[in-house]
Design a protein around this ligand. Structure first.
Ligand SMILES: Nc1nc2c(ncn2[C@@H]2O[C@H](COP(=O)(O)OP(=O)(O)OP(=O)(O)O)[C@@H](O)[C@H]2O)c(=O)[nH]1
Ligand SMILES: [Mg+2]
Length: 249
């Protein structure tokens, strides 16, 4: 059955973040890889394909949510992904609400050099309220090296602080929703995952990326890549699951 006919193979995913954190640049690369020739990969990261209004291109800012259908080959089948890019500026928050309402999952982008800001908080809240399956994308990793000139330890500490901050916002949203449901005498069903951090690199829902230059990885894919290059497969895989995973929590 084709992905169009089978709803189990359709995903609606929105990209949400604070203004300028790199949503549209990230969308460019996803369109270039899954859009079936819609965008030349050489232009990805600079074309801002999803900013289709002349005003958006002129001001270099997203003002309206827009969507595109992509194909993604997965071991469970070929999926059709409806990707929705949303604006980051607070003036256009109704566009973000509409994008979240239509979606079943969300990419929450954070500029690694600037960290969590007010619209990141709003994006997390929106994803939580709409019960979206969230994935955190720590973008602009290049800035930690080229602009902030952080040492590897400093860069690690900064990324860890961001993941912790995002998790603490999410856990606050969870407890708030839990207590409100108790007040309404509508006890939520027990969910054992509720106690653990929502975003954990070792669970695969944290991506490290540079949307402008078109690279990104999760820690497992990075370990595989590095291991292949240095022929240290087992050792490195163990390190990624043992040392790097829990430390990055
Ligand atoms: N250094 C660096 N710059 C980036 C990266 N990703 C995006 N940018 C730059 O950040 C600026 C904003 O990028 P956009 O993709 O338009 O950001 P956005 O989140 O879509 O912005 P709004 O939709 O207006 O909120 C642009 O100048 C991009 O070139 C990155 O990984 N590294
Ligand atoms: Mg944008």
């Amino acid at each position: 059955m084709s992905s169009v006919a089978d709803p189990r193979l359709v995903r609606n995913t929105c990209i949400m973040a604070h203004v300028d954190d790199g949503k549209t640049s990230l969308a460019d690369h996803l369109v270039a890889s899954g859009g079936g020739g819609l965008l030349n990969p050489k232009l990805a990261g600079s074309a801002r394909f999803m900013d289709h209004l002349p005003e958006e291109q002129r001001r270099a800012i997203t003002m309206k949510s827009s969507s595109v259908a992509l194909r993604h080959a997965h071991h469970t089948g070929v999926h059709r992904v409806h990707l929705i890019d949303s604006p980051g500026h607070a003036d256009f928050c109704s566009e973000v609400s509409a994008a979240a309402r239509l979606s079943d999952s969300a990419l929450i982008v954070v500029d690694a050099a600037k960290g969590v800001r007010v619209q990141t908080h709003a994006a997390l809240r929106q994803a939580f309220v709409e019960r979206l399956c969230p994935c955190l994308v720590l973008n602009k990793l290049d800035r930690l090296i080229t602009e902030l000139r952080l040492t590897p330890e400093e860069a690690y500490a900064r990324l860890r602080r961001i993941v912790d901050a995002v998790n603490s916002i999410y856990s606050e949203l969870r407890s708030h929703s839990y207590f409100s449901s108790l007040l309404q005498d509508d006890r939520p069903g027990s969910d054992e995952e509720e106690d653990e951090d929502a975003f954990q690199p070792q669970k695969g829902n944290v991506v490290f990326a540079c949307a402008r230059d078109g690279w990104g990885f999760r820690i497992h894919s990075f370990a595989e890549l590095y291991a292949e290059k240095h022929k240290e497969g087992g050792q490195l895989r163990r390190a990624s699951q043992g040392a790097v995973g829990p430390v990055l929590r």
